[in-house]
Design a protein around this ligand. Structure first.
Ligand code: HEC
Length: 188
């Protein structure tokens, strides 16, 4: 009898744990999205980002053999030069392989620009109120930005070291951790 009581108690505990877990990982319910504070790897590729404003012009990265396209959502467009981007800002960077010709040389068009090959990865930076403080202890400070990295399908998590994202963007604190900050505002 005692064992039975215990096991039914355990069953309830397991059920409760299951509810808690699904409550944490499930799609946020309406109005809940601001409360959910994602960790690195959890910010997703936002739907429709290709219709967003370009953050800067196409970036040719010849040494890396890549071409990059960067987008920013309308929330981010509210920032003025000299300001940090507001909570709700999302920046998306597509990384394409640059096309190669004979002898593995990078191909260029008539104006010397690299030619885009296939999409390889989609990187995301998104910020929300209190997201920086919600990262695990020891996380390198990048303000309230959180990072995501995805394969070309936009759904499969890319195997990246998010510490490297933070390490390279951390010195950019005076431009809100955004590498192309000055270029963006100079082009607006
Ligand atoms: C070696 C340094 C370095 C590392 C590591 C790095 N970035 Fe960046 N990131 C840059 C630079 C530089 C740019 C500007 C675009 C360019 O020149 O390629 C950039 C741009 C971006 C942008 C567009 C907004 C901006 O800052 O201009 C996003 C989004 C981004 N990176 C996400 C990531 C993610 C996610 C990771 C980790 C998976 C990552 N970065 C790792 C250097 C780095």
């Amino acid at each position: 009898m005692r064992f039975q009581q215990m096991s039914s108690g355990m069953g309830l505990a397991a059920l409760a744990a299951g509810l808690v877990i699904s409550g944490c990982n499930g799609t946020p319910m309406k109005g809940e999205s601001m409360a959910a504070k994602p960790l690195d790897g959890e910010v997703r590729v936002p739907p429709g980002y290709r219709d967003w404003p370009r953050f800067v012009g196409t970036v040719d990265k010849a040494p890396a053999g890549q071409v990059r396209e960067i987008y920013i959502n309308t929330e981010g467009m509210r920032a003025r030069k000299g300001e940090a981007f507001p909570a709700g800002t999302i920046a998306v960077m597509e990384i394409y392989g640059a096309r190669k010709g004979p002898g593995d040389t990078l191909m260029t068009d008539a104006s010397g620009r690299l030619l885009k090959g296939p999409l390889s990865k989609v990187f995301v930076m998104e910020k929300g109120t209190g997201w920086g403080a919600a990262q695990p202890p020891g996380t390198l400070d990048n303000g309230d930005w959180v990072y995501g990295a995805w394969e070309a399908d936009g759904r499969t998590a890319a195997k990246v070291d998010f510490k490297a994202c933070r390490a390279c963007h951390a010195p950019l604190a005076t431009s809100d951790y955004i590498a192309r900050y000055d270029e963006h505002f100079d082009q607006r």
